[in-house]
Write a protein that binds this ligand. Structure first.
Ligand SMILES: NC(=O)c1ccc[n+]([C@@H]2O[C@H](COP(=O)([O-])OP(=O)(O)OC[C@H]3O[C@@H](n4cnc5c(N)ncnc54)[C@H](OP(=O)(O)O)[C@@H]3O)[C@@H](O)[C@H]2O)c1
Length: 315
């Protein structure tokens, strides 16, 4: 079985496509035979050795795979064999087949293409559940930081689908155009955002870093700040002290990771995402497609950034 494997973590990482042992389902697991695999920035961080849950050299990155259940392990109903699913492995997903906990396997609607499923994948689930926890509703004022990225683009679409007014903070005219076409009310440049009105109900932040405080200050009274990524670096304690400065406007700061979400909530969110796809208000956008043999190149494409949508591998 071929897989994209990190041989040495670092920047640059040493990554190769290798032929290894077939995937076997352990207790509570299924093996998903891949038809499409999603590549995300988190895989770049893993290959650099910067992601806590990545097992390290010798392992494959990859957190999302769409395909067919090929076999089931002890404790899993054999009736799952043959089902089309989106699987969310704890890494190992850039491979022809991968063992996934049966709790993290989600059914694909008839007609949902594998490429679309992985283009939605982790990003749509983070955006949908995160926005729900922050209380998204019609006419809400939402600001998305890193809006041109994987999570940001889906947060923009999903918030707009709820009837919210979305300000998309992004880095260039092409991304701005694509975000307006995805439902954003307006776009602003990264440098412009800190000077905006302080009237935002929900900030979705996938960037973090030292500018986090400037964006926290944009919250209206009782606003929610959803910190779900750190593409710009991990914020320091000093960046977070602004929450005390803002005490009397009762801000809420949510840290949100999909790792904390249980099986039932994952399934419910995926059903809501699939329903939004059915309405045409949310789409899984594919930026680039590569064969598995070009996996290292696909990782470099994600590392370079700039593409709008998902980088997808095919077996
Ligand atoms: N919470 C979770 O469960 C979860 C799950 C998966 C990933 N993540 C994390 O979420 C983060 C984003 O993931 P992603 O897949 O959306 O990444 P991504 O596709 O690379 O998007 C990040 C976006 O942030 C913006 N950006 C990057 N560096 C920046 C900087 N220094 N200053 C300002 N903006 C910057 C860019 O958007 P613009 O060009 O539009 O500005 C970029 O496209 C990563 O840290 C990832 O590890 C979290």
């Amino acid at each position: 079985m071929r897989a994209v494997v990190v041989r040495g973590c670092g920047n640059p990482a040493s990554v190769a496509v290798v032929d290894g042992a077939e995937a076997e389902p352990g207790p509570g697991e299924v093996v998903v035979r891949a038809e499409a695999m999603g590549v995300g920035y988190v895989d770049v961080m893993a290959s650099r050795g910067l992601y806590a849950y990545f097992p390290g050299p010798g392992s494959s990155p990859g957190l999302e795979v769409a395909g067919v259940v090929e076999s089931t392990g002890p404790g899993v109903p054999p009736g799952l064999v043959g089902q089309r699913v989106l699987g969310l492995p704890a890494f190992g997903g850039l491979a022809e087949a991968v063992a996934v906990s049966a709790d993290r396997v989600l059914p694909l609607d008839d007609g949902m293409e594998p490429d679309v499923a992985v283009a939605l994948g982790v990003n749509a689930l983070v955006a949908e559940i995160g926005l729900g926890r922050a209380g998204i509703g019609p006419d809400g004022r939402v600001l998305v930081r890193g809006a041109g990225g994987g999570i940001g683009a889906l947060a923009t679409q999903i918030a707009a689908a709820h009837g919210a007014h979305v300000t998309a903070v992004t880095s260039g005219p092409d991304r701005a155009r694509a975000l307006l076409a995805s439902g954003a009310t307006r776009t602003v440049g990264r440098d412009e955002a800190p000077a905006l009105e302080r009237d935002v109900d929900i900030v979705v932040d996938t960037v973090g870093g030292p500018e986090l405080a400037d964006h926290l200050r944009l919250l209206a009274p009782n606003g929610h700040y959803l910190l779900c990524g750190a593409a710009g670096g991990v914020p320091s304690g000093a960046d977070l002290e602004v929450i005390v400065e803002m005490f009397h406007s009762s801000p809420t700061l949510h840290a949100f990771s999909l790792n904390s979400v249980g099986a039932a909530d994952l399934r419910a969110s995926w059903a809501r995402v699939s329903a939004l796809v059915g309405t045409g208000k949310v789409t899984g956008i594919v930026a680039e497609r590569y064969p598995l043999a070009a996996g290292p190149e696909a990782l470099r494409a994600v590392e370079r950034g700039g593409a709008f949508g998902k980088v997808v591998l095919h077996p």
